[in-house]
Design a protein around this ligand. Structure first.
Ligand SMILES: Nc1ncnc2c1ncn2[C@@H]1O[C@H](COP(=O)(O)OP(=O)(O)OP(=O)(O)O)[C@@H](O)[C@H]1O
Length: 606
């Protein structure tokens, strides 16, 4: 299934689509575009809705005929028969309609979740970095659930109710437009009032859902960060922040209640006024001086019709709050889905073979912030191993993010093997350009499955061969369960160093042509460190490699070292040359020299 093609939405501050100013019709249009299943079979749905609505309204017509014919058995029998058939038709149509709508809507919501998840993966990395992950999760879970809750709680009946309201209005006008006029005028007033109250409700629900999402972020942070919170003794401060988020969400939800109450009271007032007005006014007007304007049957039918008109209106008024909440949830999910994809679909494939990198006059910034990289000019030959060093905040990670397209350059050009990076088809990058982060992400499962993650066809023999090739056979031999070793949630049963080993083996199995490696800064014991170095040496041999180096050995074994300071490359050359050159590298190397080797306890948590 291809991703929905959204119309160009306006973008909010994080780069996500912003539909907060969109009215219900624009939302419906965006929803129909994003989830085509909603458009399927609309004609049959409309016919069923019409049958369901009409069937219910037929009864007053048959009663009118029977009364006006003097309630004779000859008139009553057909009236009862027609009325009964109409009721059965209405019941069956309503049932079919609700089943049809329920299955369509659930399929559409599933499609929405899938499309949203795809968008999380293919949206611009800068957007994904700036939107809290809990907010993205909320948009795909509780926001979408809100729509289901509304529909299962009776929201689906709205379609039949609207159909019944329209049919009743048409027949009412046909009986007596004069008597229908005040009913329709009151209904119009009610709808106008509802629309303005609905705007207030929409704003308040929007605020409430944002505060709920912020509260979920705060909860997720406190749960995930529990060990840090305990270790730093900041539980009271964290609790205070959490309490604040909970209170804010509660207050926001409470603020939605007054306009909802106003809405319900307005609805009840208008509805009781209309019914009484038609009953009293209708009797007076119908039998007014001179010739009666309506027959007794017509007057009875009219009273019934008003009830059939007013009841759905009452239902719609009462379900407005829930509907608005669901609409807000739907809008938030649609915002995610209609956020433009950053995927390059019809680009040029990356030419085969080791990758050469060229950066010319490149600068970079995050969002609207200041430039954090300036005038970067560098050429990395195919197969070359370049180490990137510099003080913290000097721009090393930003340089790596540019190479892996996690951010776009503000100025300048970057080419990989002669092709501008922005024009390379996304599909040709996985497996060719791979980043190994400082603390690699492992999925819950076995060690073997995590190593073979990027190589679906790989067998156990392939995995073992790659471990041997990287010189990791000794380390692997210490694992009693071998490839079946469970790694735990996010790999938390392995040490940071072991997680790096898994990531290195995973990368070697994929066999990329450009490796961007963010070296771990801590948590690696001496034995694992030796294993990591050996694996790195083997992995980078013959492959273009850019290592963000935090240790002397990595810089010393590289073909060339690029030294970053305040967002610029200030030195470039071999480790031995730079050591004796004037510049920041000599200082950095001296600092590395004096560092006490990290050798923390490295127990495997099994
Ligand atoms: N997501 C971000 N949003 C805004 N500014 C950022 C972001 N990431 C980095 N920066 C800023 O960009 C500058 C360069 O950061 P970068 O992470 O590239 O440095 P680094 O040399 O990799 O540092 P470290 O060695 O500490 O990882 C810093 O001033 C940093 O504050």
């Amino acid at each position: 299934m291809s991703a929905p093609a959204p119309a160009e939405p306006s973008l909010g501050r994080h780069g996500m689509a912003d539909l907060s100013g969109a009215g219900p019709w624009r939302l419906v249009a965006a929803g129909l575009r994003a989830t085509p299943v909603l458009r399927e079979g609309l004609v049959v749905t409309a016919v069923l809705a019409l049958l369901a609505g009409t069937g219910r309204v037929i009864a007053p017509l048959t009663v009118q005929r029977a009364i006006d014919a003097g309630l004779t058995p000859g008139a009553v029998r057909p009236a009862v028969a027609v009325g009964s058939v109409a009721l059965v038709v209405a019941g069956v149509s309503s049932l079919l309609l609700n089943q049809r709508l329920a299955s369509r809507v659930e399929r559409a919501l599933a499609e929405l979740r899938r499309a949203g998840l795809r968008r999380v993966h293919d949206m611009a990395a800068t957007t994904a970095d700036r939107v809290p992950s809990a907010d993205l999760v909320t948009r795909l879970t509780s926001d979408v659930d809100q729509v289901t809750t509304f529909l299962q709680g009776g929201g689906l009946q709205s379609v039949t109710n609207v159909a019944q309201l329209l049919v009743a209005a048409v027949i009412m006008i046909a009986y007596s437009w004069e008597l229908s006029l005040p009913v329709l005028a009151l209904a119009a007033l009610l709808v106008a009032a509802m629309v303005s109250v609905q705007r207030v409700i929409a704003r308040r629900f929007d605020r409430a859902r944002r505060d709920l999402s912020a509260m979920q972020s705060a909860v997720a942070e406190s749960v995930i960060g529990a060990p840090v919170i305990r270790a730093t003794g900041t539980d009271e401060r964290t609790r205070a922040r959490l309490d604040e988020a909970v209170d804010r969400a509660r207050d926001s939800l409470l603020r939605t209640l007054p306009p909802l109450h106003v809405n319900t009271s307005l609805g009840e007032l208008a509805i009781s006024t209309t019914t009484v007005a038609v009953l009293v006014g209708g009797v007076w007007w119908a039998g007014g001086p001179g010739t009666p304007r309506l027959t007794a049957g017509e007057l009875v039918a009219m009273v019934f019709l008003v009830t059939f008109f007013v009841r759905p209106l009452q239902f719609l008024v009462q379900s407005l709050g829930e509907a608005q909440n669901a609409l807000t949830g739907w809008r938030r999910a649609l915002e995610l889905v209609t956020t433009p994809s950053a995927e390059v679909r019809d680009g040029t494939p990356l030419p085969p073979g080791p990758v050469g990198v060229r950066m010319e006059h490149v600068s970079a910034r995050y969002g609207d912030g200041p430039l954090v990289l300036r005038e970067v000019n560098v050429q990395i030959e195919p197969g070359e191993h370049v180490a990137v060093v510099g003080r913290t905040g000097s721009g090393k990670s930003t340089f790596a993010k540019l190479l892996t397209r996690r951010i776009e350059p503000a100025e300048g050009t970057i080419t990989l093997s002669g092709v501008p990076l922005g024009q390379i088809a996304d599909a040709s990058l996985p497996g060719r350009v791979v980043i190994v982060p400082q603390d690699p992400f492992l999925f819950e499962g076995t060690l073997g499955a995590n190593i073979a993650l990027g190589s679906p066809g790989a067998t156990d023999a392939d995995v073992l061969a790659v471990l041997a090739e990287l010189g990791l056979a000794d380390w692997f031999g210490t694992l009693p369960e071998g490839l079946d070793t469970p790694v735990g949630l996010r790999g938390d049963r392995l040490s940071v160093g072991e997680r790096q080993l898994v990531a290195l083996a995973r990368t070697a199995l994929v066999g990329p042509d450009l490796v961007v490696l963010d070296e771990a800064t801590s948590g690696v014991d001496a034995a694992t460190d030796v294993a990591v170095q050996r694996a790195l040496g083997s992995l980078t041999r013959g492959r273009t490699t850019v290592s963000i180096a935090h240790r002397m050995i990595t810089a010393a074994t590289a073909d060339r070292v690029l030294v970053f300071a305040a967002g610029r490359i200030v030195q470039s050359g071999h480790h031995s040359t730079l050591l004796v050159q004037e510049g920041p590298y000599a200082g950095l190397a001296a600092a590395w020299d004096q560092r006490v080797p990290a050798d923390p306890p490295n127990r495997r948590k099994r």
